[in-house]
Design a protein around this ligand. Structure first.
Ligand SMILES: Cc1ncc(COP(=O)(O)O)c(C=O)c1O
Length: 348
């Protein structure tokens, strides 16, 4: 027997099947290709640069983001996907004996990091309609994590509601995970001028169609950035590779393209939700690139299995009691979503 081995319950990501014929709507990836400027940057990348380690502070990308978001570059930290940024933020900001708070239905990784880093936490149940109630977060705590818009519900809180939570908790860090914000959410960036306890996390995986590149970032007060940078340098100082930094900067500089693709995805989402509702589904009002929907007459599990047999992959959460009747379906191209509606129609 080997002593000292750690037993953890890992996060279970959506599967990544190799079959290109699959309509893959299970991990909220973008329906469209990255911008042409990103493709150009990839082609122009000089492989000789890979001889060197990547940059320590991702100056090029932070400068591009600072201009794009109208914040200072020293308010930004870059990570290997927003999972990396969130993981570092948990380590950096949650070191109190009081439990951190997050909703019972949210990004499943929050619980995994809390367990991994021995951070005590309390899951606050969302209301029966899956909405988040600000007053639930006005209690003693060691920190707060809120995905806004939330996943997998797709629901969004207003800036005013988020501000109420940040304002009432100025003695701890409030992390706002804005992975899906550019699909109709309201950003908390304006709060950075008023509060030094807010840390906003963003990703290039969803709106910028770069999930495979693995780049995310956090924006906060210089005080918070200094703390998380120390954690970054304690774990993996070269956490962002040179190609990733270069291509992500090209994405920021071609944001007009992404504004168009986000609008296309929003339009497809609205049409798809209407199609599902016409078939009798209950569909939550999403501000993301996915919808959470409850099928009529058949179980979510049966529909999930049928869709899989038709090479349509969506997300089903068998282990979450409150989500057992729901499927989370990412928004693909209009043609893909038309096929999904047809397949569902055939099954019902
Ligand atoms: C709410 C939320 N936050 C963070 C992430 C992580 O994204 P990434 O690590 O690709 O940046 C995801 C991915 O699905 C997500 O849904």
């Amino acid at each position: 027997m080997i002593r000292g081995l750690r037993h953890i319950t890992p996060y279970v990501p959506g599967s990544q099947p190799a079959d290109k014929e699959i309509i893959k709507l299970n991990t909220n990836e973008n329906a469209y290709a990255p911008s042409p400027e990103v493709a150009d940057a990839l082609e122009a990348f000089d492989s000789h640069c890979l001889r060197r380690y990547s940059s320590l502070d991702q100056d090029v990308l932070r400068q591009a983001l600072a201009e794009h978001l109208a914040v200072a570059a020293d308010q930004i930290v870059i990570g290997n996907g927003s999972d990396d940024v969130l993981s570092m933020a948990f380590l950096a900001f949650f070191n109190d004996s009081r439990p951190i708070l997050f909703p019972d239905l949210t990004y499943g990784f929050y619980k995994v990091w809390a367990d991994l880093y021995h951070i005590t936490y309390r899951e606050i149940p969302l209301a029966a309609d899956f909405s988040l109630l600000e007053e639930d977060y006005m209690t003693a705590n060691g920190g707060i994590v809120i995905a806004n818009p939330n996943a997998p519900t797709g629901l969004c809180k207003s800036l005013k509601e988020i501000e109420a939570i940040v304002k009432a908790n100025q003695d701890v860090v409030v992390i706002i995970d804005e992975a899906y914000v550019n699909f109709g959410g309201e950003t908390a960036l304006p709060l950075l001028d008023k509060y030094d306890n807010i840390f906003i996390v963003r990703t290039f995986s969803k709106d910028a169609a770069l999930a495979g590149l693995r780049v995310g970032y956090g924006v906060g007060s210089p005080k918070l950035i200094a703390v998380i940078k120390a954690v970054k340098n304690a774990l993996n100082p070269y956490n962002v590779d040179s190609i990733a930094e270069n291509l992500a900067a090209a994405a920021v500089k071609s944001w007009d393209y992404y504004e168009q693709t986000c609008q296309k995805i929003i339009a497809t989402r609205e049409r798809f939700a209407e199609g599902l509702e016409a078939l009798g589904f209950r569909v939550l009002a999403s501000q993301t690139n996915f919808v959470l929907a409850e099928p009529p007459r058949v179980s979510a599990e049966a529909l999930f299995t049928y869709l899989q047999s038709q090479k349509i992959f969506v997300r089903y959460f068998p282990n979450a009691e409150r989500l057992r009747n729901y499927l989370r379906i990412s928004i693909g191209t209009p043609a893909e979503m038309e096929k999904v509606i047809q397949a569902i129609q055939e099954f019902l």
